[in-house]
Write a protein that binds this ligand. Structure first.
Ligand code: TYD
Ligand code: MG
Length: 454
């Protein structure tokens, strides 16, 4: 009987070891190393018949001689998705889409597969063809060229691909795939690595883009492997609060575009709707004016976005005051509270402070600081802010109001949405704009307080 080959893999970073050890020497995690069966026959190729790479040699070329005419990207017919990718799908690229279970990964990629005017193969290891059909019926009725395959064995998938010759392949999900060349079970590090390698080979040799869905673990990493992220060209993350309808698509890595862009979707009963004007949905349309809310003009990528910040300041009932944030950095909130205490004389030390960014999105743009300050003060004083004012500035430790990047864009967006006033730092250099919005420049926290509540 042939000897069973095994190796040890760190389940966190994917490093391979010859024997078991308690701590991974690569990523320093404890108890992450497990034994997996491996069995590697002579070759590994996406094609079962021949190994094309063995005969084909690539020659070095002078960089000036390389033809750089950008290959036409595939239009996904989904503006948000195109934008996040940097203008469509690059032929031969591998795109990994991560996200929590139930967030809508399958829905998003199926919807894109149904919309695209290319011959597509959607491979699912998670749902039956019937289930996918039911889902597709919810989403759309127009789909001529989308093929569904339920299969988990890569060799069988490649056999179907060779027959069908699709122009794009979607894999749902990499954790369900299984290659014959490796003995260990589906979802293990060595299987994921092997299946991804085979897919990369296929994508690069045929210039067919492959979209892969990957599950993520509790701590937000794509299950199994950081290595998976290194192997693919683009890593997208689909995120959002499952209790909210909004979903955000971000690029964490992109070899063919920037990682600053985001795409916003709304999960409806008939699929994901692209949200073209996010500011409108992120600001609640309450008729009555409430204390404790302020609007921040922030930027996501190159897109200006107006969001609503809500604060609740109340006297702490129990000994230690609570500080809770949703969508905003908790340490930054503590810093802002300390600045308000020290520089503006507000006694917030014995108060509970809750801060919430509406819509379930997370923002790390420092330009929302001033709106956070305004919301906290408004709640503390129980005086509502005027409805038509918004804020775009960072707050420093000395209580100074600091300028932020691309303030003109924020001003234009605020004006577009009908705000009458925007409060920015005195030190912002803005070109002369003949805009209808009033620009209020402030230098420090005291001045903000005087303007808003004075
Ligand atoms: P799904 O795409 O299966 O998530 P994932 O693949 O990331 O695990 O999304 C499942 C959720 O989406 C489920 O809770 C139902 C909801 N949904 C809608 O609200 N509208 C729709 O049209 C579809 C297809 C799903
Ligand atoms: Mg799914």
């Amino acid at each position: 009987m042939a000897k069973v080959k095994t190796a040890f893999f760190c389940q966190n970073c994917g490093t391979q070891f010859a024997k078991w050890q308690g701590q991974c020497t690569a990523c320093k995690e404890w108890n992450t190393i497990t034994e997996e069966l491996i069995e590697k026959p002579e070759k590994v190729s996406w094609k079962t018949s021949e190994s094309p790479s063995a005969n084909r040699r690539t020659k070095p070329l002078k960089i000036n001689e390389i033809d750089a005419t950008t290959e036409a990207r595939l239009d996904t017919k989904n503006k948000e998705f195109n934008r996040v990718l940097g203008g469509g799908i690059v032929p031969g690229s591998l795109i990994l889409l991560g996200g929590e279970p139930g967030i809508g990964k399958s829905t998003l990629l199926l919807q894109i597969a149904l919309q695209m005017p290319y011959k597509l193969l959607y491979v699912s290891g998670e749902e039956s063809q019937k289930q996918i059909k039911m889902r597709a019926e919810r989403i759309t009725t127009t789909a001529e060229n989308c093929y569904i395959l339920t299969e988990t064995k890569t060799q069988n998938i490649f056999r179907q691909i060779e027959e069908l010759q699709p122009e794009m392949v979607v894999i749902d999900s990499i954790q369900t795939l299984h290659s014959d060349y490796i003995e260990s079970s589906a979802g293990s590090i060595s299987q994921i690595k092997e299946c991804t390698t085979e897919l990369i080979k296929y994508a690069k040799e045929t210039a067919t883009p492959v979209l892969i869905i990957g599950h993520i673990t509790k701590d937000g990493n794509i299950a199994g492997p950081k290595i998976l992220e290194h192997m693919v060209d683009t890593v997208l993350q689909f995120e959002g609060d499952r209790n909210h309808v909004y979903r955000i698509l971000r690029a964490h890595k992109n070899r063919f575009g920037s990682t600053h862009e985001i795409g916003i979707y709304e999960m409806l009963s008939d699929g994901l709707r692209e949200v073209a004007n996010p500011s409108e949905i992120l600001i609640s349309k309450n008729e009555e004016i409430l204390s404790g809310t302020a609007i921040a003009a922030t930027l996501e990528g190159i897109r200006p976005l107006l969001i609503e910040i809500q604060a609740l300041v109340s006297t702490a009932v129990y000994g230690t005051p609570q500080r809770t944030t949703t969508g905003y950095n908790a340490k930054r909130l503590n810093m802002i509270l300390a600045v308000l205490e020290k520089r503006a004389g507000f006694r917030l030390g014995a108060k509970d402070v809750f801060l919430n960014i509406t819509g379930g999105i997370t923002v790390d743009d420092p330009a929302i600081d001033l709106a956070v300050v305004a919301a906290i003060l408004s709640s503390n004083e129980d005086i509502p802010l005027p409805k038509d004012i918004c804020f775009a500035a960072e707050v420093g430790l000395a209580g100074e109001v600091r300028p932020v990047a691309r303030v003109e864009q924020r001003i234009l967006e605020a004006e577009k949405l009908g705000f009458a006033t925007i409060m920015i730092s005195k030190y912002c250099k803005i070109p002369k704009m003949n805009s209808g919005i009033q620009i209020q420049k402030v230098a420090g926290i005291e001045e903000v307080v005087a303007h808003l509540f004075g």
